[in-house]
Design a protein around this ligand. Structure first.
Ligand SMILES: O=P(O)(O)OC[C@H]1O[C@@H](O)[C@H](O)[C@@H]1O
Length: 239
């Protein structure tokens, strides 16, 4: 469907950035996980960027929201259904689409599986591409899709790194903080945090309340380890 919503603040099109960190049949196999992104090859009959590589996407139909269009376009162009989509942003730079002022809204999600896409509608082909390859050649993607991909990557990388699991505490220490004795039972401890995105490990230090329910005041430590000021203070005072 190809309708431009001129004089409207509603987006005209929706684009989808679908990532997977699936690797060799072992979901989230750290640290081998290699991110991939789903691309399509546009039809040779397209009135913009015929035959070019692009993110899946298309025009919003009448009566449809942009996110509904995103789910539909993903299904029509790649045969894939996803459970959720997160908004990346709105793209309205003049000249982003050679056909005129076309405003696009982009959505993203990360899969832990790597389903086989089936090209349909106005996509000639649909396939997974290593993310680093797609990011490294800006001019290869149609429209401003390289910018959309870059923004989606930043968004999901930060989210995945926040959500990723804590592994075993590397060290424990009772602590004083700024000379104030923490409530009995509260503990400072080091934890190593492994990124779901690239498998990199960082070390953090934080406070765990006795209830075990809350963790706060985390310090990011060098990858080589070490202790934060609170743990150093604890060592000195022997608490
Ligand atoms: O694929 P068709 O329907 O030609 O146009 C949709 C594309 O037009 C671009 O502005 C959008 O980013 C979207 O990907």
């Amino acid at each position: 469907m190809n309708q431009m919503h001129t004089n409207s603040s509603e987006p005209d099109t929706a684009d989808i950035v679908l990532f997977t960190v699936h690797d060799d049949g072992a979901a989230l196999a750290w640290p081998r996980a290699r991110a991939q992104v789903l691309l399509v090859q546009r039809s040779w009959d397209s009135d913009a960027y015929p035959g070019a590589l692009a993110l899946p996407g298309g025009f919003v139909d009448d009566g449809e929201t942009s996110v509904q269009a995103a789910y539909r376009e993903l299904r029509e162009e790649t045969g894939l259904e996803v459970p959720t989509l997160t908004r990346v942003g709105r793209y309205d730079a003049p000249g982003r689409d050679p056909r005129g002022p076309v405003v696009s809204e982009a959505f993203t999600t990360v899969l832990s599986t790597m389903p086989q896409p089936t090209a349909g509608d106005d996509a000639r082909a649909a396939f997974w591409v290593p993310l680093h390859e797609a990011l490294s050649v800006p001019k290869v993607l149609a429209f401003d899709h390289h910018q959309i991909l870059t923004d989606a990557h930043t968004l999901v990388r930060d989210q995945l790194n926040q959500r990723c699991g804590w592994s075993t505490a590397a060290g424990w220490a009772r602590a004083e903080r700024g000379g104030r004795d923490m409530t009995n039972g509260n503990e400072w401890h080091l934890r190593r945090k492994k990124s779901m995105w690239d498998g990199s490990v960082t070390t953090w230090c934080g406070l765990r309340f006795e209830s075990g329910e809350h963790e706060s005041d985390f310090w990011h430590l060098p990858a080589t380890g070490g202790t934060c000021q609170a743990c150093q203070a604890a060592k000195r005072t022997g608490k």
